[in-house]
Design a protein around this ligand. Sequence first.
Ligand SMILES: Cc1cc2nc3c(=O)[nH]c(=O)nc-3n(C[C@H](O)[C@H](O)[C@H](O)COP(=O)(O)OP(=O)(O)OC[C@H]3O[C@@H](n4cnc5c(N)ncnc54)[C@H](O)[C@@H]3O)c2cc1C
Length: 446
Amino acid sequence: MSGSEYEVVVIGGGPAGVSVARSLAILGHRVALCGSSRRHAAVEGLSERAASALRAAGFAQALEAIGPSLPRRSSWNGVLVDAGREHLVDRRRFDEALLRDALGSGVACHDARCEGWHYGERGVRAHERRRDGAISLIEARFLIDARGRAASFDRDSGARGPATTALGRSWRRPAHSAPGSAVAAFDEGWCWLAAPQDGPMYAQIALASDSAAIRSRSTLAAGYEAVVERVAELREWLRGATPCSDVDARDATPLLGGRLATERSLRIGDAALAPDPLSGQGLFEAIATGLAAAPVVNTILRRPADADLAREFHLRRIEDAFWRLARVGRDFHRAEQRWSESPFWSARRAWPDDAPVRGDAAQATIAAVPVSEDGFIVRREAIVTADHPRGVWRLDGVELVPLLQLLRSHEGLRRDQIAAEWSASRGVAVSDVERALVWLQQRCFA
Ligand SMILES: Cc1cc2nc3c(=O)[nH]c(=O)nc-3n(C[C@H](O)[C@H](O)[C@H](O)COP(=O)(O)OP(=O)(O)OC[C@H]3O[C@@H](n4cnc5c(N)ncnc54)[C@H](O)[C@@H]3O)c2cc1C
């Protein structure tokens, strides 16, 4: 057994693990990433928002692997509509490209499986088994759990939505198929077809995990085929296509992992919050939680006096995103009204509760909250509203609380005069100040 020492070890080489590993390496930390490659082939839709996050963070290789933005259609509640665009990514190719980006930024990437870790006086020791069977030890001051849904679930502090399983299969495409994706609802679930620019198509069916098709591995293919036979949209999408893989089953239950932050570890990505795939935000949240975790870990390691503040930032961010996405998912399910009494739809229309996705934007208050600034978590005064419960302290580089104070102390001044004065004194664009002023006004401040 050999050993090596790092400041941070990241377990899991998916979008979350790579995002945090790369960001920490850029901040000057020695980072090891222990990741085993994906078991199953899958195609997923990557939102424009996720592509922008990759672009902003400089993921050149991953951006090359996402392909063009393609049209998305939706057949929901009996209505067929255009539903925006998404990139269709082959997850194996995408994850390999992410790893190349990490390597290029100085992350030590180990093609290995982590078999466990334990905490010692100086930090954490992770045991890894490399592809050739060799076992080695990684010693680090801090560990990040980015194992996706393979991470353990903490019953006391975690939460689960209705148990959902997705069956997926690749299909050789017929000559008539146009690139793009489509989603459709049916009485026992929903289905999604991805026809990327190149390569096979992929058809995925989401069902309640206790449905008959999923009870045993031997019934998966028959269950999948029965749904294809029964659902008109699926039949039409797959007309002339032939299967070119087995049917795979993936857990797709919305999940808040729990134990999000301990003294020497953090969870990110699906290990922290795994949204309902219907939201199409899983990849975005994985990348975003990875990027947001880097200043948290940087603070814990380099400004230990602020470690509690950094953990508070992480916890609030993850929990806020999880419950917001859960309610967005509930509203999607409520929008489909044809089978509201069926077990699949009724359970998902009721979870997690009846609270609105976001409360009223008005009635803002000022509070000191943890925010991310220049690679660290610091406390800043921010505007807290029901639609932004974690507070907003800066918009396009314009600090909101001092701008509000200026507004209040110069009641006679017009908005354009205030914008001009602020822009001149702080060196920010007038248009950015104007946007910030509108934002404040909408929240009953001005
Ligand atoms: C059926 C389904 C469909 C989905 N479709 C979409 C979609 O269309 N759009 C979208 O945005 N999101 C989608 N998602 C969500 C998306 O897949 C996840 O949110 C995203 O992959 C999470 O990234 P991650 O890095 O946290 O985890 P993962 O991508 O799961 O990566 C975890 C990595 O850790 C590795 N690992 C696990 N255990 C160990 C270990 N012990 N040692 C070393 N490595 C380990 C795994 O092999 C894997 O490489 C879907 C999810 C499901 C279940």
